[in-house]
Structure formats: C-alpha cells, structure tokens
Design a protein around this ligand. Structure first.
Ligand code: ZN
Length: 445
C-alpha cells in the first residue's frame, strides 16, 4: 500500500520541529505518527503532562499483549532493548498491562508487530489499539535516523529518541489518538490534527501528554504525564488496585459509576463508554463528602430513584442521587442502623440491589440478604457465597453492579462474572468469568 505523507512547511517559528501530517492516505489511515525533534528539543526534557484522547472501541480486551519485531536481528538488538525498557517502565509500570515476547515475529504472530526501518516516513502505527492486533508491520520504528529525524542519529541522542518515540507509538497501540486532535484543543495549540480522532476525552486538555504535539517538550521526553497515567489507568487498571477500595453502582439516569481509590468514572449504560472528562476525584465532586472518606468506598447500592447508600469500613453514607451529595448527619455506623447486621461484619466488599426488594451484601466468602420492606437482614444470614451462587467468585468480590436490564455483574481483579437476574437461578452465565479490560472500557478497575 502506498503511503501519503505531507511535510508541513517550516516557518521560522516552528523550525523547532517539522510535523508530518498523519492524514488520510489513498488507502490507509495513519492513526499515529510522531514528530521530528529539533536539536533544541532534544536538549530540553521537561516533565509537563496532559490527558488522553482515547478511542474506547480499540481498548484491548486482554492485559497480556504480545510484542514482536518483524525483522529482529543481532544488529538491532540494542535498539529493541531500548524499546522494551521504555515501554516496561512506562505503560506497563503504571497499569495492569504486561507486554510479552519481544522476539522475532512468527508469520502468524498476534499482538503488536513492529517493523524496524530507516526511511523518510515518520515512525507510526497503522491503526489504534487492538485494531493493530496481529497486523503485519502494524508499527514502524526507526533506530538509526539517517532519513527521518536526523538530529536523532547523533550517538549521544539515539537512545533517548528511540525510547521517546516508542512511548508515543505504544500510546497509539493502546488506543490513544493525538491529544491535539481533541475538540477542546485550546487556541494556543495550533498543531494540526493527525490520524483519526478518539471518542472519549480523558481528563482536561493539558500540554504535557506524550501524545500531544503541542507539548513544549517533544513527546514529553518519553515520560508519562500525570494525565497520561490517569487515562492509562482508566482503561487498563491500576497496578495496585487490589489494595484499593473498589465499588460500582447503577444510579439510574442510564449511568454506571465505578469507584477506585480516590477516583471515580461515570460510564454510559448503553455503550459502556466512559463519559468525557472522567475519571475525577470523588472528594471534590460529590457534595459534603466526608474528609475521612477521601480514599474511596468499599461498596454502593441504589436504594430507590432518589437515594443511594455508600459503604466504607464499618460506616455508610446516604446519597441524594439528584445532587450527587451526602446527606447531613452522615456517615453513620452500619451496626445499629442496618437491623440484624452481623457484629462480625465490620466492612463490606460489594453490594447490589436485586430489584426484587432484596439487597445482597458480600464480605470474604459470605453474603447477606437484606429485605428492604422490613428493613432488616433476613434470618439465617450470613451464608457462604458458594452455596447459593454457582460459578460466582467464591470470595473477596471487589464490586457488584445491577445494569438495570436484567443482568448483574460481579468484578474481581481483572475479571468479571455475569448473572441473569430474571431467571432466578443465581447461576453465572456461560462464558464467564471474562476479562474487564476492553469489555468495560472506563470501568476504572
Ligand atoms: Zn502520533
């Protein structure tokens, strides 16, 4: 396939960099390219940051992503090591992603397939995210810079250039479009959009993303900005999520809410896309949020159209759904306010309203059933999860969600189970557990 790339005329002002346009070629969409560094930029590595412009339809559905080189040789081993080191220290370090392989591509290899080449074409990917899966020559990287980015050919800069460009191109390979493509690009950012757009604005626009041509530091020197990391973790999880408080709830309004640590995301119930400008901080966006609760919540349920309850350790708060705020007088202790609550239950892992007058609470390997009409835990509880929920995670469920359309979802680690509420059997559906990434873009776990 032929490739069309146009060079933007260099004026005095933007001699600092030549930008190649990743436009729409005759037969191919250049989803990703990177910019040519000038000598000045190579000497100044700032640490600013910006958020991400994600194409949530291309988020990988697995967290182990194979990487291989089409033309790996002994001669390019050093450069390949730089790429691996750079990606391991950035996109992998700050998420649940694991990049595997890194050897020579088999003819039928899946995952990210890299061609090492020194041509006048800019380094690029031919698509975004999982659309690259198994695509031959899906990513092009330059290790020698004799024809493009010749400032990088200096031996003292080559490693920096290879690593910085790799971090940018792997951003495309994870599903990120160029930051300057965002519709909320400020007037001060005049670089032209390149490649196709994302569909989700993650966080506010900021100049420091490795994906932003308007970053005054070229590709941020290959250092992920705080916004990059936040966006990465919104789709590919937090590396230490197991130690964080996690919750999920359907508050009606066709929106699901996912809580992880101090952050939460809002997801559209129809397409499961994260809404623009999420994730956000819980404490600064939910009214009257208790200062002692800034680290997040353990579980959440929607009680009725106006009221929800959030739980943390041995306490709970009552939420006014309309105003997204905590009512006065909360938090209160669960014990004494939720009748027949077992004294050994000093916290909750997960909770879900079953839409039949019953709410289920989970803790360790046990669960409780709460009757809303009589406002008390039903007699005979807690019981073992395994006794009544065939196929469900047997213990330590992170969160549970009733989607309002007859399905309940249970999340644990990287995986989730689905149960049909309406059939009344409490049996996990065939094909589960499945992996969260890609299937719940923006679930924040
Ligand atoms: Zn790019």
């Amino acid at each position: 396939m032929s490739v069309v790339s146009r060079e933007r005329p260099a004026t005095g002002e933007d001699m600092r960099a030549l930008y190649f346009i990743c436009g729409i070629g005759a037969s191919i969409i250049w989803a990703g390219c990177t910019i040519t560094p000038s000598e000045d930029e190579l000497s100044s590595v700032a640490s600013e940051t910006d958020p991400l412009y994600a194409d949530s339809t291309t988020i990988w559905k697995r967290l182990k992503i194979p990487v291989c080189f089409e033309n790996a040789t002994g001669g390019n081993a050093t450069g390949r090591g730089w790429v691996r080191d750079a990606i391991t220290a950035t996109w992998q370090e700050h998420s649940k992603l694991i990049f595997t392989g890194w050897g020579k591509c088999a003819s039928d290899a899946d995952g990210i397939r890299i061609r090492i080449e020194d041509t006048e074409d800019e380094p690029h990917t031919i698509d975004l995210g999982r659309d690259l899966d198994g695509e031959e020559d899906g990513m092009s990287l330059n290790f020698t810079f004799n024809h493009w980015g010749t400032a990088c050919s200096d031996p003292s800069r080559r490693e920096f250039c290879v690593k910085t460009i790799a971090v940018h191109e792997f951003g495309h390979a994870l599903g990120w479009s160029h930051e300057q493509n965002r519709p909320d690009q400020p007037a001060s950012c005049t670089d032209e959009p390149q490649g196709h757009d994302g569909d989700t604005l993650v966080g506010p626009f900021d100049d420091e993303s490795v994906m932003n041509y308007c970053n005054p530091s070229w590709a941020n020197g290959g250092v992920l900005s705080s916004g990059d990391i936040r966006g990465l973790q919104a789709y590919y999880g937090h590396p230490n999520a197991a130690s964080m408080r996690i919750a999920a709830v359907n508050l009606g309004e066709d929106k699901f809410y996912f809580f992880r640590g101090a952050l939460y995301s809002r997801v559209d119930a129809d397409d499961l896309k994260m809404d623009d400008h999420y994730p956000r901080n819980i404490a600064s966006n939910w009214g009257n949020w208790p200062s002692s609760w800034s680290g997040g919540i353990d579980a959440a349920i929607r009680w009725n159209s106006s009221t929800a309850y959030f739980f943390r350790d041995s306490q709970y708060v009552r939420i006014d759904i309309a105003s997204k705020s905590v009512l006065a007088g909360y938090p209160r202790s669960i014990a004494g306010n939720w009748r027949n609550w077992p004294s050994s239950w000093t916290s909750v892992d997960a909770a879900v309203d079953w839409d039949n007058g019953k709410v289920y609470f989970f803790r360790g390997s046990d669960y409780l059933r709460y009757d809303k009409a009589s406002d008390q835990v039903d007699a005979g509880y807690p019981k073992p999860i395994s006794a009544h929920w065939p196929g469900l995670f047997g213990a330590n469920i992170d969160s549970a969600l009733n989607n309002g359309d007859g399905k309940a979802y249970f999340f644990k680690g990287n995986a989730y189970d689905r149960i049909d509420i309406d059939d009344g059997t409490f049996v996990v559906d065939d094909g589960y557990p499945s992996i969260i990434a890609g299937n719940w873009p923006g679930a924040l776990f």
